[in-house]
Ligand binder design. Structure first.
Ligand SMILES: Nc1ncnc2c1ncn2[C@@H]1O[C@H](COP(=O)(O)OP(=O)(O)O)[C@@H](O)[C@H]1O
Ligand SMILES: N[C@@H](CCOP(=O)(O)O)C(=O)O
Length: 310
């Protein structure tokens, strides 16, 4: 439990779906949203990253608004603070920036309102803001998460020892998740739903048993969203081919896009990313690893990170 007048919140980015795990599978990435929080006379936001300068700098800021809504659920009022925010997570590129912001808002409310929420409670609250557990689950728990949202409860399994690196190919253009969800069908036939579910099942089983090529084949066969979203992504098929050729065992749209991920066996990511950046000069190609900690809160006195209540 953090007390005192200043603390820091750190939340990882995430990539969702990994192809066939639509709205269910997420992976936390080592790119971070970081917020220094200090008590103040009024709510104030100081953006420390250029990309964040577009947002409101008062209490209408998204992260503060989430925190206030969470506090209200518990009949609490939060004391005003100054938030100095920096972020390595590009906005609207399919790397879960909105989920990271939501998780940061929940952590903010938890500390300032002394709510002492468990991870499961944070997850159930986060689901009210973003209806699918893939990104928020990964940002909260770290690692690989497989989640299922049901009427009153969200179940999550999180796995922290997957020997995989992630090469992310990020275009300059943004694509809002809302727009990318708008091209998806309203329903599937029973036959397609069964096939799509079986592909997702084999994918996750193959990934966990480290049958990399089988996992990669299943990523390519996704039926839920990629066939419909590909047309929104410039040169998807060509980039997918280049990523396989460079050594990725599986390639997929990152979340709702437009970024594309290549999954690579641990230790080979840098070489694959270096090769891809040569052939994709217009994209920002990063070699990332899996964040294992999930969201963290630490006092700014710089004592080691404190884990949240489980
Ligand atoms: N750090 C942040 N501060 C304020 N708003 C944010 C932040 N990060 C994300 N958002 C909001 O989330 C939107 C992007 O969400 P979304 O379309 O779901 O893409 P992403 O794939 O990055 O999550 C941004 O345009 C912004 O409105
Ligand atoms: N399952 C969601 C994931 C959206 O991720 P984001 O990082 O693009 O917000 C979807 O595919 O719509």
């Amino acid at each position: 439990m953090i007390s005192g007048n200043s603390f820091k919140i750190k939340v990882p980015a995430s990539t969702a779906n990994l192809g066939p795990g639509f709205d269910s599978i997420g992976l936390a990435l080592n790119l971070y949203l970081e917020i220094m929080v200090e008590k103040s006379e009024r709510w104030q936001v100081i953006p420390l990253s250029k990309e964040l300068e577009v947002f409101q700098n008062d209490e209408s800021h998204f992260i503060i608004s989430v925190a206030k809504q969470v506090a209200k659920k518990y009949y609490k009022t939060l004391p005003p603070c100054r938030l100095s925010i920096k972020s390595e997570i590009p906005l609207a590129r399919g790397l879960g920036s909105s989920a990271s912001a939501i998780v940061a808002g929940i952590e903010l409310a938890d500390v300032l309102g002394a709510l002492n929420l468990t991870s499961q409670q944070k997850l159930d609250i986060a689901i009210d803001f973003e209806d699918h557990p893939d990104n928020i689950g990964a940002s909260l728990y770290g690692g690989l998460v497989i989640g299922s949202k049901n009427d009153d409860h969200t179940e999550i399994v999180s796995i922290h020892d997957l020997p995989v690196e992630i090469v992310v190919m990020i275009p300059k253009e943004e694509l809002l998740t809302k727009e990318s969800r708008a091209v998806l069908p309203d329903s599937f036939s029973f036959e397609v739903a069964v096939r799509a579910g079986s592909i997702s099942n084999v994918f996750i089983a193959a990934l966990l048993s480290q049958e990399w090529n089988k996992a990669g084949r299943m990523m390519r066969k996704d039926q839920y969203h990629q066939p419909f979203r590909k047309r929104l992504i410039t040169d998807y098929d060509q980039i997918e081919g280049l990523a396989y050729k460079a050594g990725a065992f599986g390639v997929a749209l990152s979340g709702a896009g437009p970024s594309i991920i290549g999954l690579v066996e641990a230790g080979k990511g840098k070489e694959v990313a270096d090769n891809l950046s040569l052939v994709l000069p217009k994209m920002n190609v990063l070699c990332l690893s899996i964040d294992k900690a999930g969201s963290l809160v630490e006092p700014t006195a710089s004592i080691p990170y404190i884990r949240k209540a489980l």
